[in-house]
Write a protein that binds this ligand. Structure first.
Ligand SMILES: O=C(O)[C@H](O)COP(=O)(O)O
Length: 226
């Protein structure tokens, strides 16, 4: 079975070097091109999907549509779920990354960005969750996550939605975010808390796994043509 992860194409806030998390920018022009290229590359590789999963954030939804359009597969069923959202960046959301590093130091910002279990400062509830999360009990949700927290809410989605489809012999595409994908990659590749700090995911590049029926990874390739 094929399992493909794609981080959304460059967003307007990636371009502006702003902590984004659950903020909801659109793709930049470069991001739209990256998504189109990813779709073309997947088509050229002859990969067919049965199911598609994405977050409830616009940059991932746009990427998903553009990828499927370029594969001539817009008809595929797409499931959207908040559990695949980017890691919630708490009170850092909306701040420029370089300015924040000047203020708090490179080391502190690196810890906030890449440590497995150090949370960023929490946002207030009003800043943290917009109307699309009204159906969830946000009182019990974190308004600022470390990667460990992100994994705690992506893992149930993996177990209940994605893994059963792979076990059923289906090919699955997941279009999500740098850190929601890092959390899933940590899980499926069994990467240590320390080593995951060094794992970076580029925008718009399909990560293609061949998976056996026990969900072991047989092969991993990254498709890119830039
Ligand atoms: O939310 C963000 O700002 C980015 O999508 C990912 O940010 P990071 O590279 O700081 O993890």
């Amino acid at each position: 079975m094929k399992l493909v992860f794609i981080r959304h194409g460059e967003s307007e806030l990636n371009l502006a070097n702003v902590f984004t998390g659950w903020l909801d920018p659109k793709l930049s022009e470069k991001g739209r091109k990256e998504a189109a290229q990813a779709g073309k590359d997947l088509k050229e590789a002859g990969i067919e999907f049965d199911y598609v999963h994405t977050s409830v954030l616009t940059r991932a939804n746009q990427t998903c549509n553009i990828v499927l359009e370029n594969m001539d597969r817009l008809y595929l069923p797409v499931e959207k779920n908040w559990r695949l959202n980017e890691r919630h960046y708490g009170a850092l959301q909306g701040l420029n990354k370089a300015e924040t590093a000047k203020k708090y130091g490179d080391e502190q910002v690196h810890i906030w960005r890449r440590s497995y279990d150090v949370r960023p400062p929490q946002a207030t509830d009003e800043q943290a969750f917009d109307h699309r999360y009204d159906h969830l009990d946000t009182r019990h949700m974190l308004a600022g996550e470390c990667l460990k927290d992100t994994l705690a809410r992506t893992l149930p989605y993996w177990e209940d939605h994605i893994a059963p489809q792979l076990k059923d012999g289906k090919n699955v595409l997941v279009v999500a975010h740098g850190n929601s994908l890092r959390s899933l990659i940590k899980h499926i590749e069994n990467i240590s808390d320390e080593d995951i700090m060094g794992v970076e995911i580029a925008t718009g590049e399909p990560i293609v796994y061949d998976i056996d029926e026990n969900l072991n990874i047989v092969n991993k390739t990254i498709l890119y043509k830039k």
